[in-house]
Design a protein around this ligand. Structure first.
Ligand code: JFZ
Length: 414
């Protein structure tokens, strides 16, 4: 069915309205339950990695539950790993037998996931790995599990390039409207600390200009990220918060616990309050946040992930209006604070409770601060623990949290 017309500008406006999305890293590595790079980190040969393929049968897979969890967390879109670096495909690709179709599970995973998230009103995007440690023609490189192998003379990069483009075409023609193409990654981005060096090794290997043209032709208005080694539509700071606004369209991507793939023994989960601040900080700098969950080998979200997303969802239920479609303010936020602004509504987010003076634009000193609070049309004092939020309208001694003021924005001097 032909895709309805969509302008790039309309898609960009939608992206800014959405602000908060779910990244899903899922594949054979979920059975290893250690990290999505387990094949490379443990130098596993294809044969050593094969048992994960032979046992892939996610009996708890419920994409409707995934979509409901994301929506309840306040997320407005999703990006799914269709294929990660290990080369395993979550759809029945005509170009390889290394896909879910040949595992005990057999059925397509991408379609049900896309359908479930769309049915819940969320946008859908695809992560797709440019590197492929399983493909016979993928050039051996320093990141390849068989590290140290000489690049076999019979490896044909042109054949690999054809495979890469062919699979992207499969994905962008089988599942209707796709909102984001999250390609990942080319070497110079890694070698130079994540910054683009147009025309590097990867761009030539992948023929990035032709791949980008293919993506845009198949999905008009789609947003493409910056990891093709040629400029895309948005930059992707990974697991760090840029100290200053990047000055271009951007989406931060973050894990819950340091691992993109499911990591069973990882107990380094970020607290809800920190993740909320990351989201607020990102939006205050005109960015989006893509927060990751790695479903386990049976296709379920880990209870720890569910608990964290539930806590974020409670905060978003109360304060989503300071996030969706909001962005940076023309005012400079006080220390330990962030401003997000939407139209004439200024939202003050306190990252640390102002037990001392808080200097606000045109106001100084706690007395004036108190006056600001009186001026505020609505005051909500919340912490990451929603139980604390009782719609307080005064400043009780609360732990650091997020104070959201909704007040008409007075232009300086007005
Ligand atoms: C890549 C993947 O390797 C990783 O497994 C995950 O999918 C993440 C979202 O993306 O990680 C990268 C890619 C590029 C850089 C760093 C991590 N880089 O250019 O510095």
């Amino acid at each position: 069915m032909p895709l309805s017309h969509r302008t790039f500008e309309a898609r960009l406006a939608e992206f800014r309205e959405q602000r908060f999305g779910l990244f899903i890293h899922w594949g054979l590595y979920a059975l290893a339950a250690r990290h999505e790079w387990v094949k490379q980190r443990e130098r596993l040969t294809d044969a050593a990695y094969q048992p994960y393929f032979d046992h892939f049968d996610p009996d708890l897979f419920d994409p409707g539950a995934w979509a409901e969890t994301a929506a309840a967390a306040g997320m407005r879109y999703m990006v799914l790993t269709t294929k990660h670096h290990d080369g395993f495909c979550l759809w029945d690709s005509a170009l390889t037998g290394y896909s879910v179709a040949h595992t005990p599970y057999k059925k397509d995973l991408v379609g049900p996931i896309v359908d479930a998230f769309r049915a819940r009103g969320l946008g859908v995007g695809f992560y797709h790995s440019l590197i492929d440690w399983h493909h016979p023609d993928f050039p051996i490189d320093g990141l390849h599990p068989q590290f140290g192998s000489e690049e076999a003379p019979d490896r044909d990069i042109a054949k690999y390039r054809q495979y890469l483009h062919g699979q992207v075409e499969e994905l962008l023609t089988r599942y209707g409207r796709i909102d984001t193409m999250w390609l990942d990654f080319s070497y110079s981005t890694r070698r130079r600390g994540g910054r683009l060096t147009p025309g590097g090794k990867g761009a030539a290997d992948w023929d990035s200009p032709a791949l980008l043209e293919l993506v845009r032709r198949l999905q008009p208005g789609i947003l493409v990220n910056d990891r093709l080694e040629i400029p895309g539509d948005f930059v992707t700071p990974e697991q760090f918060q840029p100290p200053q606004p990047p000055g271009e369209v951007w989406e931060a991507c973050q894990t819950l616990d340091g691992s993109w793939g499911y990591d069973r023994d990882n107990h380094d989960g970020k607290p809800v309050d920190l993740l909320v601040r990351m989201l607020v900080d990102t939006v205050s700098k005109d960015g989006n946040l893509l927060l990751n969950v790695g479903p386990n080998g049976r296709g379920a979200f880990d209870p720890r992930a569910l608990e964290t997303l539930r806590g974020i969802g409670e905060w978003m239920r109360l304060h989503g209006r300071s996030i969706y479609g909001a962005g940076p303010s023309t005012f400079t936020a006080p220390p330990d604070c962030r401003y997000t602004q939407k139209g004439d509504r200024l939202y003050l987010h306190l990252f640390a409770w102002p037990y001392r003076h808080v200097h606000l634009p045109g106001l100084a000193g706690r007395a004036r601060y108190a006056q600001l609070l009186d001026d505020a049309s609505e005051i909500r004092v919340v912490t990451a623990d929603p139980a604390v939020d009782s719609g307080n309208t005064r400043l009780p001694p609360l732990p650091p949290g997020t104070l959201t003021l909704r007040l008409p924005v007075r232009r300086p001097g007005v």
